[in-house]
Design a protein around this ligand. Structure first.
Ligand code: ME8
Length: 644
């Protein structure tokens, strides 16, 4: 019998800004689900991509004097590099600028028009002439002006095509009501039901004010506008035109995983378009929450945008993945903080998981010359461990099938704790001293190795880099990639007589120097919400005395060297005239080592030293960034000068 198929998508991301940790969050969830389904034996198609058309891109490209495609090529290459570093296992990356996609969008337009669902009308909007952009009332600045250039906007009309969304309100409502799992979580479902009940306006699906997009068939002064183009990506990649067999196998998609603010487009507009073409609807739209940073929404102006590449440089991809998947309940907003990330790495990864592996391998090495011997007997303690493993495996499977990722990880870690407890219960060091207890010792060691085998398979959807490392350290010979969920359903997959592999630490503990920050955070947590808000507002400004606490000095770069195995980190040797400093800076993708030597830069000289990739950094150099480009702030003042 052929494998069951499973098709999951992320949104296609806008290449207008650098990807941040919020995008990485969405893609990591989809990846964990896709990996789980592969483990469970499904034939998986996992799609992500980039949403490349539109006026903003065209304008940004013009500003840089390049074509829109040249402009997006660079950014999209950055997306793809990030997904690779984060071990995202997508099967396809769709770019809306690709010809395969244009053909499908035009065909969708033609068919919807033939059905009578597309008509020509007039689009009226608030237009900023200098920026050549339409805005909605809600997007205007506080003076009712253009949010980009802050000049007045005017009401303007242009000819445009519309899609008759209003035709489908009743059918949509019926579908949502009859299929309780069509929109998840239930809060989003309720929101969509009341949205539709308020009445649906027809949707404007073309523009004439720019041309970076898919031309309307037979009316090429129009390009097909945003959502009609973007949403169609899901069927293009599934083989709508190019591969009917594949399309039959994977469409309708099983899950469109999207952020909560775009659930509406996926659960109302997209199904209506599909209904117009008589195509089946996706089985589920899952709206995840937003990642906020230290309690605040990420934004360029607040300067709290977290770059996933820098986090991967510092902590590795698996630790970031683990944190995102474990810490945030799917569907709800969640907080990202460095302290919480380090806390999880130390407690869950270095301590719980790392200790179990280390203790087990160490004892097998010491007590059994590195050989995992056959189980010889079964005590009540052993039975209890095996029963807990079986229960955890069952909960894992049903939880993952239901997208309960964080609860599943908690259960898995409870089992890791359980296995650590088994060591304390059985006290192998005492058994090793007594020759009569040889069989008992062999059984305990076997059960620990087997627990780790099961754990390595089950953590693989979340930590794909760590899982095969554990496998190899246990000395397992079969390819890890061939492991399946079925392999953890029976106890005893570790072959007896197997020699363990080479032991290595998985996650070193991260030492944080004690400072006031955690204490302050604790205080904030305890304070009532209202109070916290007030504190935040005042936090936005600092007094001159507070600013003066920052010691800024001019420093000359005397040597520079890339930090091995990182993308961005550069180790700089700086001269302050009377003193030499070593500083680690995330600038290696903006400068070569040669370019840096001789530069006079600004150093935050009294910053608490921090360890980055094992190197202690004594300060920080200042750089300016617009989210994409990054340049150091330079001066021609001599090294050692004070900046004020
Ligand atoms: O909306 N936390 O693209 P996009 C969690 N091109 N998720 C976040 C986030 C955060 N802080 N910030 C953004 C688009 N996202 C369209 C999609 S699909 C046919 C077209 C998520 O690049 C956001 O919720 O603006 C959304 O799901 C995704 O990133 C893409 O956002």
């Amino acid at each position: 019998m052929p494998n069951k198929s499973f098709y999951i998508t992320t949104p296609i991301y806008y290449p207008s800004a650098k990807l941040h940790i919020g995008h990485a969050y969405c893609t990591t969830i989809a990846d964990a689900v896709a990996r789980f389904k592969r483990l469970a034996g499904y034939d998986v198609f996992f799609l992500t991509g980039s949403d490349e058309h539109g006026q903003k891109i065209q304008q940004a490209a013009e500003k840089e004097g390049v074509t829109p495609l040249e402009y997006v090529d660079k950014i999209v290459a950055g997306f793809q590099a990030l997904w690779q570093r984060l071990h995202i296992s997508h099967d396809d990356f769709l770019r809306t600028s690709e010809p395969r996609h244009h053909r499908v969008v035009q065909e969708f337009f033609r068919r919807a028009k033939a059905k009578g669902d597309v008509y020509k009308g007039e689009y009226t909007g608030l237009y900023c002439t200098p920026c050549e952009s339409y805005w909605t009332e809600l997007q205007l600045d506080e003076n009712g002006c253009c949010p980009d250039c802050h000049r007045p906007v005017e009401k303007v009309s242009e000819e445009a095509y519309f899609f008759k969304l209003s035709n489908y309100a009743d059918r949509l409502l019926k579908h949502i009501e009859e299929n309780p799992d069509f929109i998840r979580p239930v809060s989003r479902r309720n929101e969509m039901i009341s949205f539709i009940k308020q009445g649906l306006d027809d949707l404007c699906i073309s523009r004439t004010s720019f041309d970076w997009g898919v031309p309307v068939p037979d009316d090429e002064k129009h390009v097909i506008y945003v959502w009609f183009d973007a949403l169609t990506n899901y069927v293009t990649a599934a083989g709508f035109f190019d591969d009917p067999e594949k399309f039959k196998k994977f469409w309708p998609a099983d899950i469109h995983l999207v952020g909560k603010e775009i659930v509406r487009f996926h659960s109302i507009i997209w199904p209506a378009i599909l209904m117009s073409l008589d195509l089946p609807l996706p089985k589920q739209i899952y709206g995840h929450g937003w990642l906020i940073v230290d309690g605040d929404k990420m934004s360029k102006s607040k300067g709290n945008v977290v770059d996933p590449n820098l986090l991967i440089d510092e902590f590795g991809a698996d630790a970031i993945r683990y944190f995102l998947l474990r810490e945030i309940a799917l569907g709800q907003d969640g907080n990202f903080s460095r302290d919480a990330l380090i806390g999880r790495i130390n407690a869950d990864l270095a301590n719980d998981l790392g200790n179990l592996l280390h203790r087990t391998l160490n004892m097998i090495g010491k007590f059994q010359n590195g050989v995992i011997e056959a189980r010889a007997m079964k005590s009540a303690t052993d039975e209890a461990l095996m029963a807990d493993a079986a229960e955890m495996v069952a909960a894992y499977e049903s939880g993952m099938e239901n997208m309960e990722i964080s609860p599943v990880i908690k259960k898995l870690w409870a089992f890791i704790g359980r296995a650590n407890k088994y060591i304390d219960e059985t006290a192998p060091w005492a058994l090793a001293k007594d020759p009569a207890k040889k069989a008992e010792l062999a059984t305990v060691m076997y059960n620990l190795a087997e627990s780790l085998r099961v754990i390595s398979i089950l953590i693989s959807p979340f930590m794909p880099e760590t899982a095969p490392k554990i496998w190899a350290q246990l000395g397992m010979k079969p390819e890890f990639a061939a492991a399946r969920l079925a392999d953890v359903k029976a106890w005893g997959g570790v072959p007896a007589g197997q020699h363990i592999g080479e032991a290595a630490q998985l996650f070193p503990r991260i030492e944080v120097e004690k400072d006031e920050a955690p204490a302050k955070q604790e205080k904030q947590k305890a304070a009532p919400k209202q109070e916290r808000k007030a504190e935040k507002a005042e936090d936005g400004v600092i007094t001159i005395d507070e600013f003066k606490k920052t010691e800024l000095r001019v420093a000359e770069v005397t040597a520079a060297e890339r930090v091995p195995k990182t993308d961005k980190l550069m180790k700089l040797t700086l001269s302050l005239g009377d003193e030499t400093r070593e500083v680690v800076s995330g600038i290696a993708d903006a400068y070569t080592a040669e370019e840096l030597v001789g530069k006079h830069v600004i150093l935050v000289a009294n910053l608490k030293p921090a360890k980055l990739r094992g190197i202690v950094s004594h300060g920080m150099v200042l750089a300016a960034s617009d989210g994409e480009k990054l340049r150091l702030i330079e001066t021609d003042m001599p090294a050692g000068s004070v900046v004020r």
